[in-house]
Design a protein around this ligand. Structure first.
Ligand SMILES: [Cu+2]
Length: 127
């Protein structure tokens, strides 16, 4: 009886929703001669690692260090290959931005990635 109860607890503890989440890799690069415009490529995969096609993704950005200071309008990402989406971000200054991917139905998710947008390069950052 005790063993059955422990098994049940373990099942309940597993985050079912998280296991279904798509994974997004985001890479951005400066667009030459376009000052604060960046080209971002999003690779969306399901939990099994398969490309997710036909996703509705809008890409926005704000600066965690400057809440409410910026208002970058979200743009729709366009598919360029199976599971690959492209979006152009027009930022307002260099620095660390939280890139926010809003996935529409059926995925319904918000994926946030922090990137440091500099002149000439973009780096991943944890802060
Ligand atoms: Cu700022």
């Amino acid at each position: 009886m005790r063993i059955v109860a422990a098994g049940l607890l373990l099942t309940l503890a597993l985050p079912a929703a998280a296991a279904e989440r798509s994974r997004a890799d985001v890479a951005c690069a400066p667009i030459p001669d376009e000052n604060l415009d960046y080209a971002c490529t999003i690779r969306l995969t399901d939990p099994a690692g398969k490309p997710v096609e036909g996703a509705d993704i809008s890409v926005g950005a704000d600066m965690p260090s400057m809440p409410m200071a910026h208002n970058v309008a979200p743009v729709k990402a366009k598919a360029s290959a199976p599971g690959v989406y492209e979006a152009r971000l027009a930022l307002e200054m260099h620095g660390v931005w939280a890139v926010k991917l809003r996935l529409g139905p059926p995925h319904n998710d918000l994926i946030v990635r922090r990137l440091r947008f500099g002149p000439g390069k973009v780096d991943a950052t944890s802060r």
